[in-house]
Design a protein around this ligand. Structure first.
Ligand SMILES: Nc1ncnc2c1ncn2[C@@H]1O[C@H](COP(=O)(O)OP(=O)(O)OP(=O)(O)O)[C@@H](O)[C@H]1O
Ligand SMILES: [Mg+2]
Length: 223
């Protein structure tokens, strides 16, 4: 079973000589098939933590492992392979490729990896409710549709872990509900680990475990 875990993970930003210790000595683990959410006040470090887990940013001290692979041992090529082979990431501000239509936003992910089990993009887009939007460019999509496309793109490489940063931020209740149901179905039907950062406590509580980042530390909110 694939597993991501951290040992005394810390991240400090230094801006204009001023240190900001955002994350301090975090010990966390998740196995494929488990779901968890990360809550906490704005600015507490949720996005920072997700970026570190997905190897999208460097940490200051401590260690992160994917199974026996220590992130410290990866160069930029092997980091890219780790991400493409294992992670789907939904950014807080979706980061879709504006010059590509919905289908090609997913296709580009598949073109970049060698995974033979890549899902069929037509089926993926239909499953997130974008049946009529294959050829639409991001600017032609609503906020909720863009979020759903970002989720479809994150699933395009058949990831072992889906890491999502506020996938329902700035959406109306009905669209949020649709996306929440979609994510829960995905986790039930495929053995994907889910790490979700959200301000929505109702959504957070749908996950197996809820963690809160507070004062740089990570603490478990429920069992
Ligand atoms: N690249 C950066 N350089 C300097 N400081 C940063 C950088 N990225 C984030 N920070 C700081 O790290 C802290 C945590 O930011 P982060 O984006 O992780 O918070 P968050 O919990 O995701 O907040 P939100 O709920 O508003 O999305 C903030 O104080 C932020 O200013
Ligand atoms: Mg954030």
């Amino acid at each position: 079973m694939n597993k991501i875990f951290t040992e005394d993970l810390s991240k400090t930003f230094i801006t204009d000589g001023i240190k900001n210790s955002v994350l301090r000595d975090i010990n966390f683990s998740i196995s494929q098939g488990e779901t968890c959410s990360i809550i906490g006040a704005s600015g507490c470090g949720k996005s920072t933590f997700l970026h570190l887990l997905a190897k999208l940013d460097d940490y200051s001290s401590g260690r992160i492992f994917f199974n026996e692979i220590n992130y410290n041992d990866l160069n930029s090529d092997s980091s890219a392979s780790l991400r493409l082979d294992n992670f789907g990431f939904v950014y807080q501000f979706h980061h879709l490729l504006e010059d590509f239509n919905a289908f090609d936003n997913c296709k580009i992910v598949q073109d970049l990896n060698n995974n033979k089990n890549n899902p069929n993009i037509d089926e993926l887009l239909i499953s997130v409710g974008l049946k009529d939007k294959f050829k639409s460019y991001p600017y032609q999509l609503s906020g909720g549709e863009k979020q759903r496309l970002a989720i479809a793109r994150a699933l395009s490489n058949n990831p072992n872990f889906l890491i999502m940063d506020e996938p329902t931020g700035n959406l109306d209740n009905k669209t949020s509900q649709l996306i929440q149901d979609l994510i829960l179905n995905i986790s039930r039907n495929n053995e994907i680990g889910i790490i979700l950062a959200t301000h929505d406590l109702y959504f957070a509580n749908m996950m197996d475990k809820v963690y809160e980042i507070y004062d740089g530390g990570l603490r478990k909110v429920n069992e």
